[in-house]
Design a protein around this ligand. Structure first.
Ligand code: NAD
Length: 255
């Protein structure tokens, strides 16, 4: 891309001087988002349960000249979530952007294989994990009357999937929770939006999904397709968006 065009796009979506916390930043979409946000000028706090991939994200951002800290965190553990937010407060004094991306997959389970413990396990990561981070970050955003929260859901939440009722239920909950929060926080200049990706080339994608998808669309989505949507919603360019669901899905599903 022409450097001057790239510069004007970067200026428009600039995240300069913003502090951004991103969960699930060790792999896939979260990693691409962390790298893109750092490139857009944000001070990135990359969180993940997996230490080695998280370290790799950090190294790649540092190599590219970005600002990053990596904090290991299991989003199912309230004490760890609280500690991450306290550490970020100590380091930066504030948080402007929260991206709730960390999640686990359903594993292609049909309903009879989703017993109550499996259902609860997935809800604990994919829905309660989102709630936990929002709960800890909100007092900071409220105090400064500024905040951008972007929660990652899925097309499975709006169009359903062939399996994994627990995954769809959790991702549906993410959308409902975000819409209510958007209304509750509208007067406080805190935007809450959702990105609901279609099929994206990460380890979460099943091999068997590729061929049928390629028959319908010209390509499979890349993590950067989702990262760009998240960065847009986290930027001031999207300050009139709240309670919205943007779905980078190549046309698989249309709202
Ligand atoms: N890949 C797709 O096709 C697709 C489609 C729709 C939605 N999504 C959503 O996109 C987001 C990113 O997924 P991805 O495709 O990049 O998959 P991924 O597995 O590459 O990334 C998910 C990240 O979340 C982390 N994570 C899992 N459990 C955690 C926990 N308890 N605490 C902290 N971190 C934890 C993982 O370690 C991993 O780094 C997820 O919310 C996922 O549900 C993905």
């Amino acid at each position: 891309m022409d450097e001057s065009i790239k510069k004007s796009i970067y200026d428009f979506f600039s995240l300069k001087d913003k502090v951004a916390v991103i969960t699930g930043a060790g792999n896939g979409i979260g990693k691409a988002t962390a790298k893109m946000m750092a490139e857009l000028g944000a001070a990135v706090i990359a969180c993940d349960i997996e230490k080695e991939p998280l370290k790799q994200t950090m190294l790649e951002i540092i190599e590219a000249g970005g600002s990053v800290e990596a904090l290991t965190c299991d989003i199912t553990q309230p004490v760890q979530v609280k500690s991450v937010i306290e550490q970020v407060q100590d380091m930066h004094g504030t948080i402007h952007i929260l991206v709730n991306n960390g999640a686990t997959m359903g594993g292609g389970k049909t309903v009879e294989k989703v017993d109550e413990s499996e259902f609860n396990r997935l809800i604990d990561v994919n829905l309660r994990g989102v709630y936990r981070f929002i709960y800890e970050v909100l007092p900071i955003m409220r105090k400064q009357q500024y905040g951008k929260i972007v929660n990652v859901s899925s097309v499975a939440a709006i169009a359903g999937d062939m399996t994994d009722i627990h995954y769809s239920a959790a991702k549906g909950g993410v959308i409902s929770m975000s819409k209510t929060l958007a209304k509750e926080l509208a007067q406080e200049k805190i935007n809450v939006n959702v990105v609901a990706p279609g099929l994206i080339k990460t380890r979460m994608m099943h091999e068997w999904e590729i061929e049928p998808a390629l028959k319908r669309f010209h390509r499979i989505g890349e993590p950067e397709d989702v990262a760009a949507t998240i960065c847009f919603l986290a930027s001031d360019a999207a300050s009139y968006f709240s309670g919205q669901v943007l779905s980078p899905n190549g046309g698989e599903y249309m709202v």
